[in-house]
Write a protein that binds this ligand. Structure first.
Ligand code: SF4
Length: 383
């Protein structure tokens, strides 16, 4: 009898403890939902695995020391309450998103919560099945990377990808969208401008039309990790800057005449610029291991502070000099909720530097920037 009573008592205690745990988890989730930051977007690095070896990508140089990992689906579930007031979830980092085995599940979870979803791909895994799934899920934005408008240039720069395969995949997507009379996913072409592929950019409107792209976003090479890439950055060729600018203006006009939005930042550097083009006051990036920062350039994965080469400092080339690549994080969502990280004093102070407060002189802003922002080409080509 005593034994039975003890067992009943223990059973009740266990049930009570389980109930308490469920209640606490539920309350935590509710609290995180209510306090979650109001953001334009959150970029989540779903993977750092990649099936390509682009000649300008840090992943290519650091391949043997690189931390190749997938963002855990369980962590993604835990993160969802923190995204309650986020408009767009962009599933992207230093890797190929379609390599994540749960990428579509992540997309589905976000769409079920009424979020917009997008990612950028190298296009090599855009097979018919994946395209159908993207269409069924009504993914909002599909960015596709190009580095040339001919197979020879694109394939030389974006090694491991194939221009014709990617174009054929996008044509297939275009057909499916036309058959179903739908507009999603909107295709955006992401083109990295190098000195060796700039001339081909003049054909980008034709390519965009051919594959049904609504938007072309061209970017400068702003993170240079190898000396041979120094000359590939447009801003390191000052004699051609006028020509580059003229061409970009011309392409923008041509694209607009074809209802294609052409988004670019000129290649001239303005070292005094205090504008970060990354929307850091209304968006953030969560890396593959849960670290939260303002942009992909401050991702700790890059600096060698994680992975096999932990402790080994990566160096970047900045104005003819090798400088240690300083990265940082404001917190890790494995330990603390995104809302607390976003509202932390440290993060708030960082955003305030760029938030052009009256009374903040250009000099003061420059002095208060973290080292990675001070030596950031992305900031300097922001005008
Ligand atoms: S200035 Fe550069 S490094 Fe700093 S937050 Fe902006 S993009 Fe990132």
């Amino acid at each position: 009898m005593i034994y039975l009573k003890q067992n009943l008592g223990l059973g009740f205690a266990l049930q009570y403890a389980t109930f308490l745990l469920i209640m606490l988890t539920w309350l935590k989730k509710q609290k995180e939902q209510i306090l979650s930051p109001i953001l334009d977007w959150v970029q989540i690095e779903v993977t750092t695995h990649c099936n390509a070896e682009c000649i300008y990508c840090p992943h290519t140089f650091a391949r043997k020391d690189w931390l190749s990992a997938h963002f855990p689906l369980t962590l993604f579930h835990d993160l969802l309450p923190s995204l309650s007031h986020t408009n767009l979830v962009f599933l992207q980092g230093w890797g190929e998103p379609l390599l994540h085995p749960d990428i579509f599940e992540m997309g589905r979870l976000c769409k079920n919560q009424g979020k917009k979803v997008g990612f950028t791909t190298n296009g090599m895994l855009l097979n018919k099945k994946n395209i159908q799934t993207l269409v069924d899920l009504q993914v909002d934005i599909l960015g596709v990377s190009f580095a040339g408008t001919t197979p020879s240039t694109h394939n030389r720069i974006r090694k491991g990808t194939d221009f014709n395969t990617v174009v054929a995949a996008l044509e297939y997507l275009q057909r499916i969208k036309a058959e179903r009379k739908i507009k999603k996913p909107a295709v955006h072409l992401a083109y990295v401008m190098l000195t060796s592929n700039f001339d081909e950019l003049s054909q980008i409107t034709s390519l965009a039309k051919k594959v049904g792209a609504e938007q072309v976003v061209v970017s400068n090479l702003t993170l240079i990790l190898e000396p041979q890439l120094f000359q590939e950055a447009l801003f390191n060729n000052p004699k051609r800057l006028n020509e580059y600018n003229r061409t970009l203006v011309k392409i923008k006009k041509e694209a607009a005449a074809n209802n294609i939005l052409f988004v670019y930042r000129g290649p001239a550097l303005d070292e005094t610029s205090c504008v970060c083009p990354e929307n850091i006051c209304q968006a953030c990036v969560i890396n593959v291991v849960g670290e939260v920062g303002p942009c992909v350039f401050t991702n700790p994965i890059l600096s060698g502070s994680s992975g096999k080469a932990a402790g080994k400092q990566t160096v970047a080339i900045f104005k003819d000099q090798l400088i240690p690549l300083e990265t940082f994080s404001f917190g890790n969502i494995n330990k603390i909720g995104l809302s607390k990280i976003w509202q932390s004093k440290k993060y708030w102070e960082f955003r305030r530097i760029f938030d052009s407060e009256p009374g903040f002189s250009q000099k003061k802003i420059q002095a208060e920037m973290p080292p990675s922002c001070r030596t950031c080409y992305k900031r300097m080509v922001s005008s």
